[in-house]
Design a protein around this ligand. Structure first.
Ligand code: MG
Length: 394
């Protein structure tokens, strides 16, 4: 299964970090700083955070850089004189193709991460995938490009499932139990949620994450996206993916096998662990985390998700089952709605209204090409934006 060598001191794994100034990117660089003999950072990309990426480039001595915005790229080129600074999505793709890259960590946000996922896999490169949206929208187009052992999930639940399946025959896995913390609004009613603010929604109880995924966790859209991600990564029917709310987030997910045995993955709620595992696998490296102390855990709780309150989850699961281009439209609508909520243009419960509104007019097509995905993504964003305008005007 593992076609790639394990990094050893003197032979570090060479990593391109896409989205290096975001939450996952920064934590990936923490892992690199903790393991300088084992990890070498060779390329970085960011959208517009010039100060931070300049410091990262200096700290890790990185010459290959890309910026989303051209004004930021020009500024960065002045700040890091010996570097090559590219601009835009094409430059990010070029980083995935550099000769000295062993693995690409795709920590871009949203469907914008699709092209980098595709170029990495087309080039036969290893991919550490934190950008779940590229699987949600690209589906089979992406999985068909991934040779066995070349794509490792970084999403904590999927890393857990991936680890539970190591050494197992996937045909013996009968069910995936995808755990959900329930987010900051677990136990609230729809009426309670009408007036919550972005500030409230950004306070995740267990994990440190960026703003987009924090809002997705509050609406439970994140768990819907993760079910679609699990469906594609592990080839599991939706009927065999169960979502269970587990507020302590102590169990990161579980796999049930044909003999009724369940293997669970537990550990610290620290994203640096799944990031590190994607680089170290099949070995493990020591990590500066607080180990789980089973004598102090007390109790672990499990409950069904509340699909009536958190409609985004129900919508996403149905979109996953519908398949084709439906998840593309749903994801695009969600990205627009989340951005609007973060800017206080719409309310929290308007997020699922925008997503349903876009899906109501979307005409499902069979998934055929990346270009088609990008086209539908763009049209669905326009459709979502017009619904946001209507909602914010009332
Ligand atoms: Mg996750």
């Amino acid at each position: 299964m593992h076609a790639h060598p394990t990094p050893t001191p003197g032979h570090p794994i060479r990593v391109a970090v896409l989205g290096s100034t975001g939450s996952i990117g920064r934590q990936a660089l923490d892992v690199a700083a903790q393991n300088p003999d084992l990890v070498k950072i060779v390329a970085l990309s960011a959208n517009s955070s010039v100060d931070l990426i300049a410091r990262q480039a200096e700290q890790f001595d990185v010459q290959h850089l890309a910026m989303g915005r051209s004004d930021s790229a020009a500024e960065l080129a002045l700040r890091v004189p010996d570097s090559h600074v590219g601009v835009g999505a094409d430059a990010v793709e070029e980083l995935t193709l550099l000769d000295d890259v062993d693995i690409v960590l795709n920590a871009l946000v949203g469907a914008a991460g699709l092209r980098a996922t595709v170029s990495t896999l087309r080039a036969g490169r290893r991919l550490a995938l934190a950008n779940k949206e590229s699987l949600v929208v690209g589906g089979e187009l992406v999985t068909s490009l991934a040779k066995p052992g070349m794509m490792t999930p970084v999403d904590s639940e999927h890393s857990a499932i991936y680890q539970c399946l190591l050494g197992e025959d996937p045909r013996d896995a009968s069910r995936i139990w995808l755990t959900a913390s329930g987010g900051p609004f677990r136990g609230r009613t729809r009426d309670d949620l009408a007036s919550v603010t972005a500030q409230d929604a950004l306070k995740h109880p267990n994990w440190v994450m960026g703003p987009k995924i924090s809002i997705d966790s509050a609406t439970l859209m994140n768990k819907g996206l993760e079910a679609i991600e699990a469906h594609h990564l592990f080839g599991m029917d939706y009927d065999r993916i169960r979502i269970v709310v587990h507020p302590q987030s102590c169990i990161h997910s579980m796999v049930e096998f044909s003999d009724g045995s369940v293997i669970a993955h537990l550990g610290a709620t620290d994203m640096r662990i799944p990031i590190q595992f994607a680089l170290s696998e099949p070995r493990r490296w020591s990590a500066p985390v607080e180990p789980v102390d089973f004598t102090t855990i007390g109790q672990l709780d499990f409950e069904n998700p509340d699909l009536d309150t958190f409609k985004c989850l129900a919508i996403a699961l149905q979109a996953g089952r519908d398949g084709g281009t439906t998840p593309v439209a749903m994801n695009a609508a969600n990205e627009v709605a989340v951005a609007a909520f973060l800017k206080d243009r719409i309310g929290f419960t308007d997020v699922d209204r925008v997503v349903s509104g876009v899906l109501d007019v979307h005409k499902r097509e069979v998934l055929e090409s990346i270009e088609q995905v990008e086209e539908i993504d763009m049209r669905s964003r326009e459709s979502a934006e017009s619904i946001v305008e209507q909602v914010s005007a009332t």
